[in-house]
Design a protein around this ligand. Structure first.
Ligand code: SAH
Length: 338
């Protein structure tokens, strides 16, 4: 049994051609799924009854099942907890804005990287998500919310670059005119700094927005916060961003969590500015969202001083307003538990 959410249009067309089924049927079915949000063969009224019955023998359309949903009283952000076929749990977040609806999706059950400040890594790593589970999060949220999703960010649980093949195919399906039809400029992928992944993005998807979770002004601070720095060090990462800039002529977004007394001093800001000097970047500052552990948010004064130093050094810097903190739906707060 093949879950149709695993397949691109051309893959389904090829399967149909092999079986002697007319090729245009594949497009009709994708249209039911992706344009009409219909996941039931028996309702696909432009297909003959016999064909619908035969489809059910070989194919399914399976979405992750909703286990729990929380809606933020602060900003309407929705956090979803899904159960997968093997009973594993993952979360996704829907961010609602007057002009856009953004799906923040997961790529793995858990995460291997174990960043000190992030809740997802605390439970360890279980497995990669399948393409159908990545695409299924988007379709399920669209179904629940009842409006078209306009933007997709790979910023939920897991490290997208360690599940690159599925992420790549998912991006193609999200972008495809016959599927979710979301422009590449409205898709963003975030990485904790897996350099081969950054190289792949430059090669495969130069139009997709790339975010780097840097979170430290230099190698010694990053080493303490992010074990991945032992694999791909701070200086190597800076070189990889430079190569990305050169290859794509595009900026990357640097994500920088501000943590009190860890990476938030004026000196840290100056060091960061110095180390990013050669690069084309925008900087997002994110005062740390509460998770278990000792990390605290800096004072407003520290935050604005930090921002000011970066701006004086010519960096476009945005202070990100956290969303959905009351439902633990903000960056780094997804655990995949009820
Ligand atoms: N593994 C990828 C994708 C996850 S995106 C990556 O690291 O980029 C989730 C974002 O939330 C990352 O930028 C992550 O560093 C950030 N984050 C993790 N814990 C956080 C916290 N407690 N407060 C704010 N942001 C956090």
């Amino acid at each position: 049994m093949i879950n149709l959410l695993e397949l691109t249009l051309s893959e389904l067309q090829n399967l149909f051609v092999e079986k002697g089924i007319q090729k245009f049927r594949a497009k009709q079915i994708m249209n039911w799924i992706y344009q009409k949000n219909c996941y039931d063969f028996s309702k696909m009224s432009n297909l003959s009854k016999d064909f619908r019955v035969s489809l059910r023998k070989d194919y399914s359309i399976r979405l992750p099942e909703l286990r729990d949903k929380q809606v933020s009283a602060l900003d309407g952000t929705r956090k979803y907890l899904w159960v997968l076929d093997d009973s594993e749990l993952i979360e996704s977040v829907l961010l609602i804005h007057p002009k856009r609806v953004t799906a923040c999706i997961s790529t793995q059950v858990g995460c291997k990287l174990d960043c000190a400040f992030c809740a997802t890594g605390k439970g360890g790593f279980t497995r990669n998500l399948k393409v159908s589970e990545i695409i299924g999060q988007i379709l399920s949220m669209e179904k629940d919310f009842g409006e078209k999703i306009t933007n997709v960010v790979f910023m939920g649980m897991g490290e997208p670059m360690l599940n690159y093949n599925s992420v790549k195919k998912s991006i193609e399906m999200i972008n495809s005119k016959d599927m979710l039809n979301i422009s590449k400029r409205r898709i963003a992928v975030s990485t904790a700094g897996i350099i081969p992944g950054i190289e792949n993005m430059a090669e495969d998807f130069p139009e997709v927005v790339l975010s780097i979770s840097l979170h430290a002004p230099d190698n010694s601070v990053r080493e303490k916060l992010m074990p991945v720095n032992n694999l791909f060090s701070f200086p190597e990462l800076i070189q990889a961003i430079k190569a990305y800039n050169e290859k794509t002529s595009k900026r990357v977004t640097i994500e920088y969590i501000l943590i009190k007394d860890v990476n938030d001093s004026r000196n840290d800001a100056r060091t960061l500015a110095k180390n990013l000097k050669q690069l084309k970047v925008n900087i997002n500052l994110i005062p740390i969202n509460p998770v278990e552990g000792d990390f605290e948010r800096p004072s407003e004064k520290h935050i604005s001083d930090f921002k000011e130093i970066l701006e004086k050094n010519g960096f476009e810097t945005v202070l990100r307003h956290e969303k959905g903190t009351d439902i633990s739906g903000a960056c780094g707060q997804l655990r995949g538990k009820k």
